[in-house]
Design a protein around this ligand. Structure first.
Ligand SMILES: Cc1cc2nc3c(=O)[nH]c(=O)nc-3n(C[C@H](O)[C@H](O)[C@H](O)COP(=O)(O)O)c2cc1C
Length: 200
């Protein structure tokens, strides 16, 4: 098990920063993070996704498993996520491996989403190019009708990933000098976190 009972645990560090930024700074979407994956062509691609949960094990977001990011992860599950919290001059860089979460956990989250988001998950298949906006509206209408009298189920191709961290870096920029304090944690072979602080 990860060492979770002292200040050498990055998840505790992350939790503290996340709550500080969320409560004490005018950050618009504290949970917005940049997810980078390596595509089939060998190049990285980055896009914004929303962090929905974090646990001692890692960082969870939800998506379409057949999207470009889903297909990239299926080939190479080494990913990075970055939080840029401009208003507090803080950044967090995380590298780790993405794994699908259990189906019942994805269903639990899907059920908590607004109806409109549930229907969009059915109507827009992120993996295929839809040639016109009209097709999206037609899809939406189709699924509205289909699920009118029932609870909207989670599509098979939709669910969560947990990113299990291997390395986490916390960076604080000093307002005037621009000097940086970097606190990094790296997972060792015996599941302890090696902590290091440096300035530059
Ligand atoms: C603020 C914001 C939040 C987003 N959150 C998510 C998200 O949680 N999950 C998701 O799949 N896409 C999310 N997106 C859309 C992605 O950035 C991206 O466009 C989409 O998932 C397709 O990416 P892909 O083709 O690289 O797989 C979000 C976009 C924005 C602007």
């Amino acid at each position: 098990m990860m060492n979770s009972n002292d200040d050498h645990n990055p998840i505790q560090h992350f939790q503290q920063w996340f709550h500080e930024v969320d409560n004490a700074y005018p950050e618009e979407e504290t949970n917005a993070m940049t997810l980078s994956t390596i595509g089939k062509d060998g190049f990285p691609k980055s896009r914004i996704v929303l962090l929905k949960r974090f646990t001692w094990e890692g960082f969870i977001f939800f998506t379409n498993y057949t999207s470009e990011k889903g297909r990239a992860i299926a080939k190479n599950n080494k990913v990075s996520i970055t939080f840029n919290w401009k208003t507090s001059k803080r950044e967090v860089f995380i590298t780790g491996k993405a794994e699908k979460i259990a189906k019942n956990l994805s269903e639990g989250y899907f059920d908590s989403r607004p109806e409109g988001s549930k229907l969009s998950s059915w109507a827009s298949d992120q993996s295929n190019v839809i040639s016109s906006r009209r097709v999206l509206d037609e899809n939406l209408h189709h699924y509205e009708t289909k699920f009118r009298a029932q609870t909207i189920p989670k599509p098979e191709y939709w669910g969560g990933y947990i990113i299990k961290p291997y390395k986490i870096e916390f960076i604080e920029h000093e307002p005037i000098t621009g000097f940086k304090r970097i606190t990094s944690y790296t997972l060792t072979s015996n599941y302890n976190w090696l902590k290091n602080i440096r300035f530059c």
